[in-house]
Design a protein around this ligand. Structure first.
Ligand SMILES: [Zn+2]
Length: 257
């Protein structure tokens, strides 16, 4: 049995976590998810209770249909991709958990692969599952960054001159710019670049993709997420800084941010 009162989360002692874990539902709009996220994965920070909650998240995901698992898997993935995870004695809690709980991590990987293979997931759920799969495979970088794809824009920094970059991939187009580009589009809810803003096109990755890119691309194609497969080829592409004119790989610029 877990002694929850001896564990902590963002707001203090974790005595209230078991009740939340017992009332999980597959409905992502259920307020229990907000309550749980804010306690155990607070803006990317994790706590001792976060790791104690992982087996229960795996149990919930396993009870539900593959198409219903985005919340528990995304939360678990976020916890395991955290970089803000050292305890008072300086131990990296993610490394400790992974070392001592191979079976739980393996279970997350299997549940997530099964969910990713489903057709007809929303684009957002698919992105969150893909991000979680990266995290479960030990790729903390994409395990932290990939969800920005759901918003159609990544934050980057020019590796050459250090300017902040907006890397737009998806519903608003495929371009990079150092300027605030957003203006309202012609129809409600759409955006388009402001007139006069300097934009650089993103060139999609050419030729053989790097293994991570190829893996993401293949998952998208297999699940008939063709639009996201195109986004992945741009995500691993290159562009030009609109400030210093130097070309850069998007992955490098995202890593700087
Ligand atoms: Zn630059």
């Amino acid at each position: 049995m877990v002694d929850w009162t001896g564990l902590g989360h963002a707001y203090g002692a974790a005595w209230d976590v078991p009740a939340l874990l017992n009332s999980l539902t597959p409905d992502p709009a259920d307020e229990v998810w907000g309550e749980l996220w804010s306690r155990i994965c607070h803006q990317g920070s994790v706590y001792s209770a976060s790791f104690a909650a992982l087996p229960a998240l795996a149990d919930a995901a396993a009870r539900w249909q593959p198409r219903q698992r985005a919340q528990p898997l995304a939360l678990a993935g976020c916890i395991l991709a955290s970089t803000d995870c050292r305890d008072k004695s300086g131990r990296n809690l993610v490394e400790v958990f992974v070392r001592e709980n191979h079976a739980v991590v393996r279970r997350f990987q299997e549940l997530c692969q099964e969910s990713l293979a489903q057709r007809g997931l929303t684009k957002e759920d698919f992105i969150y599952l893909l991000q979680a799969a990266c995290s479960f495979d030990g790729d903390g970088f994409w395990g932290r960054k990939l969800d920005q794809l759901a918003g159609g824009e990544f934050s980057g920094i020019c590796p050459r001159c250090g300017v902040d970059l907006y890397l737009v991939i998806g519903k608003y187009g495929y371009f990079a710019t150092a300027e605030d580009w957003v203006s309202r589009g012609d129809s409600p809810g759409t955006l388009r670049p402001r007139p006069g803003v300097k934009l650089a096109p993103i060139e999609s990755a050419q030729g053989a993709l790097a293994p991570t890119a190829q893996w993401m691309y293949d998952r998208c194609v297999a699940a008939h997420q063709e639009e996201l497969a195109v986004c992945v080829s741009f995500l691993f592409g290159t562009s030009e800084c609109t400030s210093c004119r130097e070309s850069f790989s998007l992955q490098d610029a995202i890593a700087e941010a």
